[in-house]
Design a protein around this ligand. Structure first.
Ligand code: PLP
Length: 480
């Protein structure tokens, strides 16, 4: 394998490792570059003020997660435009587990959407951010009785995962006698996910519906819910089609379903789709430190972004004569969505400071950063975050000892052999130096804080909020 990058960036400026004059024809086996797609405001922040990023890492430590709540609002608006174009009544719930940032929950509440919570703690964060209980949708298969009690008392919408959970709720309701009827969704398990532990098959759904008919004074059946793994539009359309007879059954029993909640899983595009396809096509085991091509990746270069996905879903045929949108509208149904990752698209960057660059026996380099792969999760799932980091040099100019171009992988600061930020070999035009920064774009969606911990007694990574006003002025504040 050869490295065919041309040196181009020098000094205290951004050198995106995807920037150089990369010629695929020069070497069919060179790994394709994966430049991050960056929102213009974020690009402006990174490019205009590399010095302030160095200062921020100095002040707050490394890794540093910089959260951009205004991006969540932009993402909500983009969904809103699609829903309005299809004239579909809708309710959006921010899937709060995607990121621990309180500022993101607050951004969701401020733009008037609900919050999908799966624990007492997520519920309390949402309330602290100003959400009303009525704007919460509680999901998850293992809600505790304490969580149930608070949801019942506050009249939140509850998605019931199993017949067993419905029994628990009935019991809890008898004990606490909530002030108003409890609003319930029933979570469906599509035929294609028969082995899943989430949701209920048709038989259990029917028996729950029958119970709910008997308890109309205490429970209000609101409709159906599902949340599927994977990112395909078609699996959701298929699940909807399977729900049609259940909607009829419910009506036949005298219930009035109002909501169809299709969960989350709308895809985020992190890198250009053509670059991504080229990457997949040309990658080989030589491109990885451990000589292993991961078996699966998130679809980082998805052709559909989240709004495009929703548009495709709504336009898909649902019945012989109706699209999904038409079916929802003709049946006076509200479409509920619980996007997590797609609402957090572009809503954070993660800054890792380089501690040491070490030359390896085989000729490559290991870059050690202050921070660990727990703050960039993907290698723990035997996969890779297929977005190239942006290198920011701390010092002006080149120094004569710097080799370049070099290939390097990026390791965390722990003593675990598996503590790899990336096993993928990255091409740098010049050897990075201690004190330089690696900026990972778009880490808000399950990357930055899902596994974070205090291993080796390193303190928890800090999270700060960056707001950029209409005039382009930047303001940093704590994320609390
Ligand atoms: C995780 C989850 C979501 C959010 O999923 P994304 O892939 O982040 O959009 C929504 N609903 C439920 C029930 C979930 O478990």
């Amino acid at each position: 394998m050869r490295n065919d990058l041309q040196p181009s960036g020098i000094g205290n400026e951004i050198i995106n490792i995807g920037h150089a004059n990369h010629s695929r024809s020069a070497s069919a086996h060179a790994p394709a570059l994966l430049k991050p797609i960056l929102d213009e405001a974020i690009r402006g922040f990174i490019e205009s003020s590399p010095g302030s990023l160095i200062d921020l890492a100095e002040q707050h430590g490394s890794p540093l997660n910089i959260v951009l709540p205004h991006m969540l609002k932009k993402n909500v608006q983009a969904f809103g435009r699609v829903l309005q174009a299809h004239r579909v009544r809708h309710a959006i719930y921010y899937g709060a587990k995607v990121n621990k940032s309180q500022a993101l929950v607050r951004a969701a509440v401020e733009c008037g959407i609900g919050v999908d919570v799966s624990s007492l703690h997520e519920m309390r964060d949402a309330l602290r951010a100003g959400a009303r209980m009525a704007d919460l949708c509680a999901t998850g298969p293992a809600k505790t009785s304490e969580f149930h009690a608070e949801l019942l008392a506050g009249a939140a919408l509850i998605s019931v995962d199993s017949a067993e959970e419905l029994s628990d709720l009935i019991e809890c309701s008898a004990t606490i006698a909530p002030p108003s009827r409890t609003r319930l969704l029933l979570r469906y398990r599509p035929a294609a996910s028969e082995a899943s532990r989430f949701g209920m098959g048709s038989e259990d759904m029917l028996s729950c519906l029958q119970q709910l008919v008997q308890m109309k004074d205490r429970f209000s059946f609101e409709g159906f819910h599902f949340h599927l793994s994977g990112y395909a539009v078609e699996t959701r359309v298929q699940a909807l089609r399977e729900l049609l007879p259940l909607v009829e059954n419910a009506r036949g029993l005298g219930l009035r379903p109002r909501i169809i909640d299709i969960g989350g899983g709308m895809p985020v595009r992190y890198v250009d789709s053509d670059d991504y396809d080229a990457f997949l096509q040309y990658q080989c085991k030589e491109h990885y430190r451990n000589g292993r091509v991961p078996e699966s990746f998130y679809p980082y270069g998805s052709r559909l972004d989240a709004p495009g996905w929703l548009d495709a879903l709504l336009a898909s045929p649902c019945t012989a004569s109706q699209s999904v949108a038409a079916w929802l509208n003709d049946n006076d149904l509200i479409l509920a969505l619980e996007p997590g990752r797609s609402l957090a698209d572009q809503a954070a960057i993660s800054v890792f400071r380089i501690t040491r660059v070490k030359q390896l026996a085989g000729g490559g380099h290991a870059i050690f950063v202050e921070g660990s792969s727990f703050s960039a999760c993907e290698t723990w799932f035997n996969s890779e975050f297929l977005v190239d980091p942006i290198l920011i040099s701390a010092a002006e100019g080149n120094d004569a000892t710097q080799a370049g171009p070099v290939q390097a992988y990026i390791a965390g600061h722990s003593c675990l052999d598996d503590d790899m930020i990336t096993n993928r070999l990255l091409a740098f035009e010049r050897e990075p130096r201690a004190g330089d920064l690696l900026i990972y774009a778009n880490t808000a969606g399950y990357q930055m804080d899902l596994l974070e911990n205090e291993f080796h007694r390193h303190p928890m990574p800090r999270r700060i909020v960056l707001t950029i006003d209409a005039a382009g002025r930047q303001h940093i504040s704590p994320d609390d």
